[in-house]
Design a protein around this ligand. Sequence first.
Ligand code: GLP
Length: 240
Amino acid sequence: MKVIIAKDYDDMSEKAFGIMLETVKSNPNAVLGLATGSTPIGLYRNMVRDHRENGTSYKNIRTVNLDEYAGLEGTHPQSYACFMRKNLFDQLDIQEKNTNIENGAAKDADAECARYNALLEEMPRDIQILGIGSNGHIAFNEPGTPFGSTTHTVRLAESTIKDNSRLFDSIDEVPRAAFTMGLKNIMQSKKIVILANGANKANAVYGLVKGEVTERVPASVLQLHPDCVLICDEAAASRL
Ligand code: GLP
């Protein structure tokens, strides 16, 4: 794994944007695997600014998102579908029909996972953006998830519910379950860029880069990927 230590959050976001721009410019039909959370917001801001200032087009770009809360409609303000529209899609010229995310409101969870897995087979990712949870999760693959997993539903770890509660009015409102791409789906991307900032990610980043490759730390599977780049700030890199 290549490790790039950025000065701060803005520097991390700019470096990630450089790789994203290269992907979009070299292939206007690229498939982007996208992530939610606070970490990639700076990357998305750079994409929006560049689209406005330089006219980089996303007209034929297709996207697949990692995960979605179970039980939330895509119109719910805390849904990841809503997050993506607000932070990225609504500000680019991307076509809505080319953006994909699990349907959190699906009544038949197994059918929804099967639909998403079939879609992922048809849309090999050119690049996958990832954040990392403080317990080493990627997407919503919590510790103990098999490396061979594909899209599935998951009960969220208490630490994840607590970490994500800052975005809800109260911890009781955080959904307890989610749909997530599996680790096998994530590993199929041609290139992976994982971002981390802040001291609360330092242990997870250590496990990602230097720890044992183990299902107890889902992100450690990325050590086995042939083209994975970690871009993190100094605080997140403090244990490396
Ligand atoms: C959530 C998401 C992950 C994300 C993680 C870290 O659990 N499912 O995809 O990487 O949170 O979020 P943040 O970037 O806000 O720290």
